[in-house]
Every structure is written in C-alpha cells, then in structure tokens.
Design a protein around this ligand. Structure first.
Ligand SMILES: [Fe+2]
Ligand SMILES: [Fe+2]
Length: 362
C-alpha cells in the first residue's frame, strides 16, 4: 500500500501529463497577498540611450522593414518573458526613444495599441494622425489613439528624438493585437494644419459638435500651455506626493487623453521633497528639465534631464529636486486601466518619507 506522499507524487505527474494543475499548490504564487509585478525599479541615463538612438541612425532606416527607428527600454525583470517582455518597461507599458532624421519619412500604419509621445529634442518634424498634420516641438505631448492611421515626416534640419509609450505588453497579454499598413507610404493630409489645436484653443471650451463623446479630439498639448498651467498651479499649495502636477486629458470627456495610457507633467520646485506613497498602477518617468533623485522602495535613483526610470506597481516612491532650477518630470502610467477595472488603490507612507538604504547603479 503506497503512502499519501507517494500517491500525490504520482498524481501530480499524471495531472501534468494531461495539462492540468493543482490549485492548492499554486494559490500563493498566482494570487499574491499584494501586487508582485515582474518589473523592477530601474533607471536609464540619457547620454547612453541617446547615443544608441543616434547610432541606430547610421544602421537602419524607418522605411518598410524598419517601420519605426526606436530603441526601447527593456526592464530586466521582464526581459525573460518572450516576446512581450522584451519591450516591457513595466508589466503593462512599453516605452522607447525614437529618432527621425532630417529628410526622413516613417510609413503610415495603424494598430489597436494606443500610443503617446513626448518630444525630447528637436523641431521641424510633423506627424500625420488620421489626416491631421501636427508639428512637434520640445516639451509637446501628443497622442496616437488606437486604430488611427499615423506616419511621420521630417522637413527640419536637425535630428529629432522623442519618447514613445504604448500599451504593447497589456494588449499582448489580452491577446488583442491588430496591426495594418496604409496602402500608400504616407497618408494624405485632409485637414487644416493643427486642426485640433484650432478646435480646442482654450481650456474649458468644447466645440458643440463634440458634446457626444468625441474620440480623442486633441492631438497635441503644447509645452508653453503646460508650463503656464504649472507655473500658476505652483503659486498654491503642493500635493503631498506629486508637488504640482497636471494630467493630459481628453477635453471632450475629461478622461485620459491617451485612453488606456495616463500621462502627466509635474513641477518640483528647486529643493522640494515630496512625501512617499504607493499605488497599484505603475508609472514611467522621463526627466524633461532639472535634476534630483527619487527614492523607490528605499533605493535612491539619481536623475537629470533626459533620464528615464520606472516605478513598478505598489512600490513606495518619493521625489526630490536638488538642482538650482525647478525640475519638470513627464510621466506615463496605466492608471486609466486600473481605474476602469476598479483595481486602483493607494496609500501614504506611514512615516512620511522613506529611509534610504542604498543607491541605484545600472
Ligand atoms: Fe505606430
Ligand atoms: Fe505616485
């Protein structure tokens, strides 16, 4: 007569052989007590990433085959998850630095991944989104909503670099990807230049045609307006965790401009030190201006202009601006999806700020 242990060993082997599994052995791993993302806190220095992006300009073109010339961020905690983990910066979000050189064009395509762009360097290039030509300048935030044709053209004289964020890992896990090329290399421009900016030129005013939930009507949010909003906001009381921050929203609905991808710009006045909190949603930060550090789960991540770092789900974090100038941090997140699924929660650090136990090195 075999023991229970012997019977279980043999039973598990037969389960595995029939592609079945015992929940009682797995429940602690697949239903953790709190979020356990694959992504780990990490930071990439701008000098290194920009050098790789510029080098790619000597090696590949953004034409058919290359499609888009982007060096993407690969979180070391996700990179082993093939293929969705290759381009995962957090468990749900992809991000990279795209290069478009003067005279280049990138072909028109559409996909049901949503995309947002933040312009890091250069001017003179434009993107065409569903027939609208949108010029891109440093500090501008743009959206490319899921399902809309989009392509890029550079008529300027210096290389342009921008930060892209898409919901690629999220859609991969949902098994919901579609991707399609436009029949021509570039789509025709069918609307007046900066059409959406003309329609939405003042906050709080919505063209009457958009009162029934117009789909992502504002293609670009100019840096000058964002900066002015933050400068006004920063004459008032600071948020304990984000100092002075504004979200980019769809002006017709008040929902996230990037649909599944949230985005915000925050100002940390020189010397400002926020309190720590944590939340279910994950975030990716791109330092637009200034220098300082963030403490993530007790580890100090020192940053300056152009650097990119991530805050995985449920990681404690606080931000400190140490430069003589104010810091401006652009960030993207998966908050809209967490909220839509009723999964979001947040909590303040019990003693306000964290004890620093180490400093990050790549
Ligand atoms: Fe695209
Ligand atoms: Fe946060």
């Amino acid at each position: 007569m075999s023991t229970i242990e012997e019977r279980l060993t043999e039973y598990y082997a037969r389960l595995r052989a029939r592609n079945l599994g015992p929940l009682w052995n797995s429940i602690g791993s697949i239903m953790t007590k709190e979020p356990k993302p694959h992504a780990v806190p990490y930071l990439w220095k701008w000098d290194e990433v920009a050098a790789f992006a510029m080098e790619s300009g000597e090696l590949v073109t953004p034409e058919r085959g290359g499609e888009r010339r982007v060096v993407f961020f690969s979180n070391p905690g996700c990179a082993h998850l093939e293929p969705s983990g290759w381009g995962s910066l957090t468990d749900t979000l992809y991000a990279g630095i795209q290069l478009l050189k003067p005279g280049e064009k990138a072909p028109s395509h559409r996909h049901n991944q949503s995309a947002i762009r933040f312009i890091v360097q250069g001017q003179g290039a434009y993107t065409i989104v569903e027939g609208e030509r949108v010029y891109m300048e440093e500090g501008d935030f743009l959206i490319t909503p899921a399902g809309l044709w989009h392509d890029h053209v550079h008529d300027g004289s210096e290389p342009m670099l921008w930060f892209d964020c898409l919901d690629i890992p999220m859609l991969y896990k949902l098994g919901a990807m579609f991707f399609e090329h436009y029949p021509e290399f570039n789509q025709p421009v069918t609307r007046p230049d900066n059409y959406s900016t003309l329609r939405y030129s003042a906050a709080g005013l919505r063209p009457i045609q958009d009162r029934h939930d117009h789909y992502a009507p504002q293609a670009v949010f100019k840096w000058r307006a964002t900066k002015a909003a933050l400068d006004n906001l920063s004459t008032l009381d600071a948020d304990p965790f984000d100092a002075y921050a504004v979200e980019y929203v769809n002006p017709a609905t008040g929902q996230a401009a990037g649909n599944t991808i949230g985005a915000m710009m925050q100002k940390l006045p020189s010397g400002h030190h926020t309190n720590a909190h944590r939340h279910v949603h994950s975030a990716i930060y791109h330092v637009f201006r200034g220098e300082g550090y963030s403490v993530i789960d007790g580890v100090k991540f020192e940053w300056k202009q152009g650097d990119t770092f991530c805050i995985p789900n449920w990681a404690w974090h606080e931000h400190v601006s140490t430069g003589a100038e104010d810091a401006f941090l652009f960030s993207t997140n998966d908050l809209p999806v967490m909220e839509a699924l009723h999964l979001e929660r947040a909590e303040a650090h019990p003693v306000g700020q964290q004890e620093v136990t180490g400093t990050f090195t790549a």
